[in-house]
Write a protein that binds this ligand. Structure first.
Ligand code: CP
Length: 312
């Protein structure tokens, strides 16, 4: 049995296979997960991750059990631990996708679960399935996953989607990264150490305009209000890096602007009809990628994922 906890579990071959399956779902029907049940346990709000996983499972002929707002509506309110909740829900389902405010929560769930755990975002930790659909978007929209320059913008300290994608891109060749953020929201050292070990070239700047002019991919992120110690602290950074139409019009020909969404003002609505803006298309790719991941975890492809091993 395999759990999907972090992007490091996937190598290029495994991802290529997932992406091939994802693309095949644009043109074929597959109800091979009929009779299987996906439980979605969301202890934090979500629109895309929960609904696209549920849509993916239904499109593959399976069924879903859904608990949104689990911090308030589950027995966690009575003091039940994550481990005990998982020991119960794994009796009711064939896989569990879980989002939780604590970094490491999905790994804790995996230690006790009898069915695959899929990390749907764990605090400021990782959001691996978002990184897979981000990479899939890059592959589809610029036509390659090697030899490109990506600028990550915004809240790189708390933004788990950017962290996961940076890890993942460390496996690809000649990917150059620029991290654009306020000094207090810089990418954390664990990622930078990993990139150094993986010989990935990266730099850090506060100059968004220059970064946008030279990047092939601009990855804008939301300032993660829910992770700040206070509203006052959050307001210091909200609005620091707003992308407007004139900035996007200076992007290179063929370059793309992506965002995991939701946005909270950091991309102006006037950008939406720019040919560079592909963030809504990116969210649409999420269903295809999550169908492919469910098929891989619950169907014949499960041996392609490296087992998750908890680090000390
Ligand atoms: N990108 C993302 O994780 O969106 P949701 O929070 O809506 O799931």
């Amino acid at each position: 049995m395999q759990h999907l906890i972090e992007t490091q579990q996937f190598d290029r071959e495994a991802l290529n296979r997932v992406f091939e399956i994802a693309t095949s779902y644009e043109s074929k029907r597959d109800e091979s997960l009929r009779g299987k049940i996906l439980a979605s346990l969301f202890f934090e709000p979500s629109t895309r991750t929960r609904l696209s996983f549920e849509s993916a499972m239904l499109r593959l002929g399976g069924n879903v059990l859904s608990m949104e707002n689990a911090s308030e509506s589950s027995s966690a309110t009575k003091g039940e631990t994550i481990e005990d909740t998982i020991r119960i829900v794994d009796n009711y389902s064939d896989a569990i996708v879980m989002r939780h405010p604590e970094a490491g929560a999905a790994a804790r769930a995996a230690t006790v679960s009898e069915v695959p755990i899929i990390n749907g975002g764990d605090g400021a930790g990782q959001h691996p399935t978002q990184a897979f659909l981000d990479l899939y978007t890059i592959a589809r929209e610029i036509g390659r996953t090697d030899d490109f320059h990506v600028a990550f913008v915004g809240d790189l300290k708390y933004g788990r989607a950017a962290r996961s994608l940076a890890y993942l891109l460390g496996k690809y060749d000649k990917v150059r990264m620029t991290f654009v953020s306020a000094p207090a929201l810089k990418m954390k050292d664990d990622i930078k150490e990993y990139l150094n070990e993986s010989n990935v070239r990266f730099d850090e700047t506060e100059d968004i305009k220059r970064a946008m002019e030279i990047a092939d991919v601009v990855y804008q992120t939301r300032v993660q209000k829910e992770r700040f110690p206070s509203q006052e602290e959050y307001l210091k950074f909200k609005g620091a890096y707003v992308i407007d139409r004139s900035m996007v019009d200076h992007m290179k020909k063929g370059a793309i602007l992506i965002h995991p969404l939701p946005r909270a003002g950091e991309i102006a609505p006037e950008v939406d009809d720019s040919p560079h803006a592909v963030y809504f298309k990116q969210a649409g790719y999420g269903v295809l990628v999550r169908m492919a991941l469910l098929k891989t975890l619950l169907g014949e492809g499960k041996k392609t994922i490296r087992a998750y091993r908890r680090r000390k």
